[in-house]
Design a protein around this ligand. Structure first.
Ligand SMILES: [Zn+2]
Length: 387
């Protein structure tokens, strides 16, 4: 892995992250392909949109079709036909949010599959092994995410357990890297591993989490446990506080966030990588992002509107189709509604990141940010511009 920062503007960083399957220009947004597919769009369409990296889900792929099957197919890249970088989450978040009848012990999590009720165990060690078999470019350390709102005791317990798990997961990851190739089905020999900072919204817990995770030592660092329901300004405060303590020369990944505004505001606080289901999920629900704010395509006012979703958008959907047509597809429940809406929303997210990167390169990120807040979210420009 190579991470080279070329420009800075305030706390914002413009960098190039070189991984086993290619280069990611950061700050970057990673479309979510939970089960080895970004819902509604093909890998060719993702290529054409300019997506440089995807996020896939360890929990889901472990349960179905199984990481050993994927390893036999040559790893997740070969299996899904995507030749650019892939990040896999550790599965921790899904165990806590999805799996019925889970039991948490110091060893790990025992849970029932939400698919067939079969019992599974996920530990820091097995999460590293599963991700090695999947062959992602970036593997994530196994963590426990406290729910929101969490008491200080609960957030503290989840954070300290995450630290102990970080050590075990890191040790297993390094062992796997040292094993002779024959002993490990490892499609991506140059896989790297990121640690995850927890601690809820308590700044002193975040401090201890950063110190402990840095001590274990990872290739990059993620901020977890945010965008789980806390007020947005509290999230921005925790991001600023935490990112400032992470090593300057390693990539920083804010997990699970967020809105277009979250991307801009978190870049301003030093974040390099993002993932979120918002653009894809909202597309399927008919909410389309535009530079002047979200648009709900099913509204009757669009029934005969010949304009594209966003006249300034260069996506394949806006270049060819009217709001009236997209509304018709959505109301008639045509499959193409999901595809065309997803292409637009992902283009909007990826294009927002392109504009952010250009602004950092030109030293005009503060102006970009002010204009974005005024036109997109229409928040008072004074708000949170002090960072
Ligand atoms: Zn568009």
């Amino acid at each position: 892995m190579d991470f080279e920062i070329s420009h800075r503007d305030g706390f914002a960083r413009r960098a190039r992250l070189r991984l086993a399957h290619g280069v990611i220009e950061t700050p970057a947004f990673m479309p979510v392909g939970t089960r080895g597919a970004v819902k509604g769009v093909t890998v060719d369409e993702l290529h054409a949109l300019g997506a440089e990296v995807l996020l896939a889900n360890t929990y889901h792929l472990h349960l179905r079709p199984g990481d050993e099957l994927i390893a036999r197919a040559g790893g997740l890249h070969a299996f899904m036909g995507w030749d650019r970088p892939i990040v896999t989450d550790s599965g921790g978040y899904q165990v806590f949010s999805l799996a019925p009848r889970r039991t948490l012990t110091e060893a790990g999590a025992v849970f029932r599959s939400h698919l067939d009720g079969a019992e599974h165990t996920l530990t820091p060690e097995s999460a590293a092994e599963i991700q090695a078999r999947l062959g992602s470019d970036i593997a994530m350390s196994f963590d426990e995410c406290a729910s929101w709102p969490a008491t200080r005791e609960a957030a503290d317990a989840a954070m300290t357990r995450t630290l102990r798990w970080a050590r075990r997961g890191r040790d297993r990851f390094l062992q796997l890297a040292d094993d002779p190739p024959a002993a490990r089905p490892r499609p991506t020999p140059d896989q790297v591993q990121f640690g995850i900072i927890q601690g809820g919204t308590f700044q002193d817990l975040r401090d201890r989490s950063v110190a402990g995770t840095r001590e274990v030592g990872f290739d990059g660092y993620a901020i977890g446990g945010l965008s789980v329901g806390e007020p947005v300004d509290l999230m921005y405060d925790v991001v600023a506080h935490t990112a400032a303590q992470l090593p300057d020369d390693r990539p920083r990944y804010l997990m699970g966030a967020g809105t277009p505004e979250d991307l801009v505001e978190s870049v301003a606080r030093g974040i390099d990588l993002f993932d979120c289901v918002l653009p894809t999920r909202n597309a399927r629900n008919g909410q389309l992002f535009t530079r002047t704010g979200p648009l709900v395509i099913k509204n009757a006012r669009y029934a005969e509107d010949p304009r594209p979703v966003d006249p300034d958008c260069g996506c394949p959907t806006c270049r060819r189709h009217s709001r009236a047509y997209l509304r018709h597809l959505f109301v008639a429940r045509e499959m193409n509604a999901a595809t065309l809406n997803t292409l637009h929303n992902l283009y909007f997210y990826l294009d927002t990141m392109r504009r952010i990167r250009k602004a950092i390169e030109f030293g005009t990120f503060a102006e970009f940010r002010r204009a974005f807040l005024q036109t997109f979210s229409r928040r008072p420009p004074s708000l949170s511009l002090d960072v």
